[in-house]
Write a protein of this length. Structure first.
Length: 494
């Protein structure tokens, strides 16, 4: 990185009221590479003073130039933000790879371009969404005109995750700013760099100070807790674990502040015997192992109709064993590390638990033998399991790693019941060439998103969110406007 603060120091500072600051807490923590396990930089931890300053700046910006900016001008600024991210594509790519260790090919294809596109998509969308109007008859015969007006909600707290740091952060910041709100982002402590770098972009293109703020830190007794409890925060949007979402909801209840949450998942893939096997194997490979399995929409439970069960397992096994683990820069690398040593211990504990529960390990189930310079990294083997009952913990609990359990089924009714037998309800992928069956089954799966013969194919105009323990609310398209804006009715007596 040639342009910014991160280039020379890899020091993630807070970005408050248009300026980078170390804050007053004096606390710092190390940023650790998941590839090598070695320190790559430092991060400043924010506490109550930093959060108070960020919220005050965001509140002031609502009544400053940003609050009076015409929609067309605001939209043009957000287009400029996207263009500047793309101009500094290599800077953002380097930062994302440093934090996550994911293959360069993946980050370059998904994380950075989609992260930039979120600003343009929502900047254009907000200009083209109508409200409602009604004529009301009144006793005097003159009537009254009612019409809807969308207004910014105010100050939005964005709690973003570590698996797709730029993409999922801008997925929230983009529509929030497009609707005229101001934001304070608390990125994951594991992945601070691209969020910090975005502050430089905001200044470069002329976004008014206080509109976009960043405070780094942890959850409990740190930036996350202080931010979600702050009485001047008007709404909270969060992506992460269900348990963390529950804690945030408890905090948001004071003051009746609204929340939008995408939480955990234990997503199913359903492979019918009439599928196109090449599509089903390739799609399931992607949904299980992409980003080392660290995708909220990823598949951890695969149900395969019995006539093709053995063939499918054999082909998925061959695909998993052909994956190449290695450094991000290697063009042949297509599987990176997990995000941290802590998460590695969690995933390996589930690998061990699966064996205790009686699973057949088709492939993987442990740690790979990596070169010396990467032995300290958070590496695990891509893993395929079979043979567990539906009651097993490894079938019920989210693992969030490069692993799936494959179960045979005999009937449509049976597989629908198994797919729905979970506390979660985020996504499902169906693989069948019978479109009548696809429509019939898709309607009966209790999730927010069903793919048919595809995975991770997203039209950003459509609703996105989870059912049951997988989330609250919907974002994307006009649905996000319901959270990021307040709809007021104006009644004019004629």
């Amino acid at each position: 990185m040639k342009d910014g603060l991160i280039a020379t120091t890899r020091e993630a500072m807070h970005f408050i009221d248009g300026a980078f600051t170390a804050g007053s807490s004096g606390r710092i923590f190390d940023n650790i590479s998941p590839v090598t396990g070695k320190k790559i930089g430092i991060v400043h931890e924010g506490l109550k003073p930093e959060v108070d300053a960020a919220v005050a700046a965001a509140r002031a910006a609502l009544t400053g130039p940003w609050g009076h900016m015409p929609m067309a001008e605001r939209s043009a600024l957000l287009h400029a933000v996207a263009d500047e991210i793309n101009r500094r594509f290599e800077d953002f790519l380097e930062a994302e790879i440093l934090d996550t260790g994911k293959p360069r090919s993946l980050a370059a294809h998904v994380d950075i371009p989609r992260g930039a596109a979120n600003f343009k998509i929502f900047a254009d969308l907000v200009k083209n969404v109508p409200t409602e109007s009604f004529m009301l008859e009144t006793p005097d015969g003159a009537g009254a005109l009612n019409y809807g007006v969308r207004k910014p909600k105010g100050v939005i707290a964005v709690i973003s995750p570590w698996n797709l740091p730029l993409l999922l952060m801008t997925w929230k910041v983009g529509p929030a700013l497009a609707c005229g709100n101001t934001v304070i982002v608390k990125p994951s402590e594991e992945t601070p760099l691209t969020t910090t770098l975005l502050g430089e972009v905001m200044n470069t293109v002329g976004v008014p100070k206080g509109v976009f703020n960043v405070v780094h830190g942890f959850g409990p007794d740190s930036a996350g807790a202080y931010l979600t409890a702050h009485p001047d925060v008007d709404g909270i949007t969060f992506t992460g674990e269900t348990r963390t979402g529950e804690i945030i909801m408890q905090s948001a209840a004071k003051g009746l502040r609204q929340v939008s949450m995408e939480c955990g998942g234990k997503n199913a893939g359903i492979v019918f015997a009439d599928c196109d096997m090449d599509k089903a194997v390739a799609g399931t490979m992607q949904s299980v192992f992409s980003n080392c399995g660290q995708v909220c929409l990823g598949t951890e439970r695969v149900y395969v109709e019995r006539p093709v069960f053995d063939a499918f397992v054999a082909r998925l096994k061959a695909g998993a064993e052909a994956l190449k683990l290695g450094p991000s820069e290697d063009p042949e690398t297509n599987l990176g590390p997990l995000i941290s040593e802590e998460h590695k211990r969690k995933v390996l504990s589930y690998y061990a638990l699966a064996k205790e529960e009686g699973a057949t390990v088709i492939t993987g189930g442990g740690e790979p033998d990596m070169p010396d310079e990467m032995k300290g990294g958070a590496w695990v083997q891509p893993t395929i399991l079979t043979g567990l009952p539906e009651t097993a913990r490894c079938v019920k609990e989210e693992i969030f790693g490069p692993v799936c359990h494959i179960t045979p089924f005999d009937s449509e009714e049976e597989v629908i019941a198994m797919a729905n037998d979970t506390d979660y309800g985020l996504a499902t992928a169906l693989w069948t060439e019978d479109l009548t069956r696809a429509h019939r089954v898709a309607r009966r799966i209790d999730v927010g998103l069903v793919w048919v013969n595809s995975w991770f194919l997203r039209d950003l105009r459509t609703a996105f969110g989870g059912a049951k323990h997988s989330g609250i609310g919907r974002e994307g398209g006009v649905h996000g406007l319901e959270f990021y804006s307040e709809l007021s009715n104006v009644c004019v007596k004629l």
